[in-house]
Design a protein around this ligand. Structure first.
Ligand SMILES: [Zn+2]
Ligand SMILES: [Zn+2]
Length: 244
């Protein structure tokens, strides 16, 4: 499985062909044999279905239950002020916690392929002709860990589309966001800067930031502030999950 994972990462279409002849590939959720990795088509359709018709917070993209237009969090304590539209694809609950854990922590890197396909759908629906900017990893992460989930997403997006993707940003702090409490995260500003090589170049006017999970919104907001200060007019965002 790990070996197949690696091939999958290198060449997913090749693996799709090979896996048709291998009988012991198992869906990482239901363990049923499948030709599609890492999820069988049933689990893919059941657990990773984007809800196009849901009413969303116009500020953070969270699905609204009883509120009108803006969610309670954004009304009472708005973190996001520089992003015109955020589309988080899935709620970080129930099985989705396990999916994210398998992807990020256990290293099932081929989840990036599935998520990249979903991101492409959302991009085409809401952000056509925007340039994609990924949230950059902590300095040294790719060197130390060997990979980064957002970087993987970008690699797959490049394989399945012609969308322009530019790594405009770099991250300057080394304190992990998740080790900070909410107050510290809010105070932990200016951690994303425009890469030096883009300082005196013509930048796109519309950008969509991609991240894996929207928790407080501070990461996206800080990226957006940096991009706006660099002269970019419109900043949107797509995240795979939202912790709502
Ligand atoms: Zn399954
Ligand atoms: Zn909101």
């Amino acid at each position: 499985m790990k070996f197949l994972d690696r091939i999958m990462y290198l060449n997913f279409s090749l693996l799709e062909k090979i896996s048709k002849f291998i009988r012991n590939d198992k869906c990482v959720i239901c363990s049923k044999k499948t030709h599609m990795l890492p999820l069988c088509s049933h689990c893919n359709n059941t657990y990773l279905n984007f809800n196009y018709s849901a009413k969303r917070c116009s500020n953070c993209g969270k699905i609204l239950v009883s509120e009108e237009n803006i969610c309670t969090d954004c009304r009472e304590n708005p973190v996001i002020n520089n992003i015109y539209k955020i589309i988080p694809m899935f709620s970080y609950r129930l099985w989705n916690k396990e999916l994210l854990f398998k992807w990020k922590i256990q290293g099932y890197r081929n989840f990036a392929y599935i998520f990249a396909k979903k991101i492409l759908e959302i991009y085409n629906e809401y952000f056509k002709d925007y340039v994609i900017v990924p949230v950059p990893p902590r300095p040294g992460k790719i060197k130390n860990q060997g990979w980064d989930q957002i970087n993987d997403l970008m690699n797959f997006l490049r394989k399945i589309s012609n969308i322009k993707i530019v790594n405009l940003l770099e991250r300057t702090e080394s304190v992990q966001q998740k080790k900070l409490n909410r107050e510290q995260r809010l105070a932990n500003k200016d951690s994303y800067i425009l890469k030096k090589k883009y300082l005196n170049t013509k930048l796109p006017s519309k950008i969509v930031i991609i991240d894996d999970i929207l928790t407080t919104g501070v990461t996206l907001e800080n990226c957006a502030i940096t991009l706006k200060n660099a002269g970019i007019n419109t900043v949107g965002a797509i995240t795979v999950y939202i912790a709502d």
